[in-house]
Design a protein around this ligand. Structure first.
Ligand SMILES: O=C(O)c1cc(=O)[nH]c(=O)n1[C@@H]1O[C@H](COP(=O)(O)O)[C@@H](O)[C@H]1O
Length: 234
């Protein structure tokens, strides 16, 4: 089974991340290395996770001038990761530069754009000068990302239906803010269950604390997979 679950490895250091990863079957999920873990441990954690057999989403959400972003994407590609991301709000020139840089790679990682963070709601958007709803802003940024030739976007599960309608089927939808019905919401605002996200057309589910903080993470992962099995293609 090609699992849609990407476990967010939000740990403070490599030792804790590897201890967690050693208790998880790489056939059941991919792993996401984000800012906390990568800042603490650097590329060595990516190498170690590759050696354990995991595919890695390097989630550093690059957002900078086009040249800097493009070079950062290339550096990520050299680590052999499966997926990298940038902020769509970096604008068309930045997205084009990231795409052009990765197109030079023999085997480029998937290039994904973050739209509106799942921790943001209408009030937060208004506070940074955006009067549109999260859904309208997500759609605008996703169209920009698609026009620049990116492989997909990160958005909350709540926007998946409108994104699926507006963009081609092969455009990848990566959804954090996913919570099994029994789990705490934490700091996420725009959430849904794993089954709902897939039913609406999400391709990949990013799930952190409901798995990483579980008493038995492998069991928590298996329970989520059992819940979503009816919605998996193939
Ligand atoms: O790019 C992401 O992965 C991301 C984008 C977003 O809009 N919201 C979001 O929560 N994430 C990431 O998804 C993960 C969610 O973790 P949990 O809230 O613990 O499930 C974290 O690692 C976030 O950095």
């Amino acid at each position: 089974m090609l699992s849609p679950v990407i476990v967010a490895l939000d740990f403070p250091d490599q030792q804790q991340a590897l201890r967690f990863a050693q208790g998880i079957d790489p056939a059941l999920c991919r792993l996401k290395v984000g800012k906390e873990l990568f800042t603490a441990s650097g590329p060595s954690v990516v190498d170690a996770l590759h050696q354990l057999g995991f595919s890695i989403f390097l989630d550093l959400k690059f957002h900078d001038i086009p040249n800097t972003t493009a070079q950062a994407c290339l550096a990520a590609a050299r680590l052999g990761v499966w997926m990298v991301n940038v902020h769509a709000s970096g604008g068309p020139a930045m997205l084009d530069a990231a795409r052009a840089a990765l197109d030079k790679c023999a085997k480029p990682p998937l290039l994904i754009a973050v739209t509106v963070l799942t921790s943001m709601d209408t009030a937060n958007l208004r506070a940074i000068g955006i009067g549109d709803s999260p859904e309208a802003q997500v759609l605008r940024l996703a169209r920009l990302a698609h026009a620049a030739g990116l492989d997909g976007v990160v958005a909350s599960p709540l926007e998946v239906p409108s994104l699926r309608q507006a963009l081609p089927a092969q455009f990848q939808l990566v959804t954090p803010g996913v919570r099994p019905s029994h789990a705490a919401r934490d700091d996420q605002q725009r959430i849904s269950t794993p089954a709902d996200a897939l039913r609406q057309g999400a391709n990949h589910l990013v799930i952190g604390r409901p798995i990483t903080q579980a008493a038995d993470p492998q069991r928590a992962l298996e329970a989520i997979l059992a819940e979503i099995r009816p919605y998996l293609g193939g």
